[in-house]
Write a protein that binds this ligand. Structure first.
Ligand code: 2NL
Length: 356
């Protein structure tokens, strides 16, 4: 009986024509409900002497079958591999698939350019949360509860979060500077680049946008320093030796005096040249930090004063890189990014000239 099993088993194994068929055979003989397994189970019913004898015989069969299975498996696998190698050919005349490469968004590029420029003037980069509380986004900045500036900012309130005053999506990066003033002692020299939010959406406004603000707090810092720093930063940014620049009196609740800054330009037919001509282009807002703001942040305005400025990154990117439509910036169109983007790892530095 069991020698029959061995003979027929070895015969079937020898004539198996695929790895799959061989595996089915293995299950048929050695599997849980296999032929040999059934015989092994029957040993339990035998007398001890019989069990010893039959058991030894069955185990020998099992070893032989197992060895035959393994040998045949190796042969079949080799044959199957050879068949595949003979059939599958690589057409080396086909064109290679192009490597797709990502690129740096103009917003990131301009942020890095300005970071390199201000780093050269000794400014550090400060960061903070995009979800802010009423104090850091408004009150500390001398913008009281009823102030129209709060409505002016078209704030996104997070009304699901507790009770009034609700948390907000920061409407500017000024709260980063508030946090820096509260946690550090002057002298302070920082820029705060980052994402900001206002509920505003049309041709020239997106609900999410980007700003860079700057803050310097020292004992004898004044508006002359402000004008010098801004001139040199704007000249470096636009790749010019000098840029015509003027301060126009303005108002911000957090600065006194306040100014808007224009740079000289020439407006032609469909084109704009910065640094020459007799037209003016508004580029940023700035001023001397209001004494109330210093006090709110734990700095004595009798001992220290400072300047601050803020600018929109989208606008700077559009001006420098001739991007006509703001809204394309965030449309997520890969073709747009391929056109307006910058090579990765080509990090802006003053050595190469950020305006390159
Ligand atoms: C603009 C004008 C400005 C500031 C931002 C500032 C921040 C602190 C204290 C005082 Cl903590 N001022 N920031 C000052 C003047 C103008 O931004 O047109 N931004 C796009």
């Amino acid at each position: 009986m069991s020698t029959d099993l061995l003979d027929s088993g070895l015969k079937s194994i020898e004539s198996a024509d695929s790895v799959k068929a061989l595996e089915e055979l293995r299950i048929h003989i050695l599997g849980k409900s296999g032929q040999l397994t059934a015989l092994l189970k029957e040993l339990g019913k035998c007398s001890p002497e019989e069990r010893k004898e039959k058991g030894a015989a069955l185990n020998q069969i099992k070893e032989k079958v197992t060895a035959a299975l393994e040998a045949k498996k190796a042969t079949l696998e080799a044959a199957e591999l050879n068949a595949r190698l003979a059939n599958e050919t690589v057409d080396i005349t086909l064109p290679a698939s192009p490597a797709t490469r990502g690129s740096i968004h103009p917003i990131t590029q301009v942020t890095e350019e300005l970071t390199a420029i201000f780093a050269d003037f000794g400014f550090s980069v400060a960061e903070g949360p995009e979800i802010e509380d009423d104090f850091h986004n408004f009150s500390a900045l001398n913008i009281p509860e009823s102030h129209p500036a709060r409505q002016m900012h078209d704030t996104f309130y997070l009304k699901g979060e507790g009770k009034e005053p609700y948390p907000v999506l920061r409407t500017h990066t000024s709260p980063v500077q508030v946090r820096t003033m509260k946690s550090q002692t002057p002298p302070i020299r920082i820029i705060a680049p980052g994402t900001t939010y206002r509920s505003d959406s049309d041709m020239t406004h997106t609900p999410m946008f980007h700003q860079i603000e700057g803050l310097v707090i020292e004992k004898n810092i004044h508006m002359g320093h402000l004008k010098g720093v801004l001139h040199d930063a704007l000249a470096a940014f636009f790749g010019l030796e000098k840029v015509p620049m003027r301060f126009r009196a303005s108002f911000f609740p957090f600065t006194e005096p306040s100014a808007e800054v224009d740079i000289g330009c020439k407006r032609g037919k469909g084109e704009l040249v910065i640094g020459e001509g007799s037209d003016w282009l508004e580029i940023l807002g700035c001023g001397m930090v209001h004494p109330n703001v210093l006090r709110n942040c734990g700095i004595d305005p009798e001992e220290y004063q400072g300047f601050a400025f803020g600018m929109g990154i989208e606008r700077l990117a559009m001006l420098k890189y001739n991007i006509p439509d703001l809204r394309t910036m965030f449309a997520g169109d890969a073709r747009w990014l391929k056109h307006y983007g910058f090579p990765a790892l080509d990090i802006p530095s003053l050595i190469k000239g950020v305006a390159a």
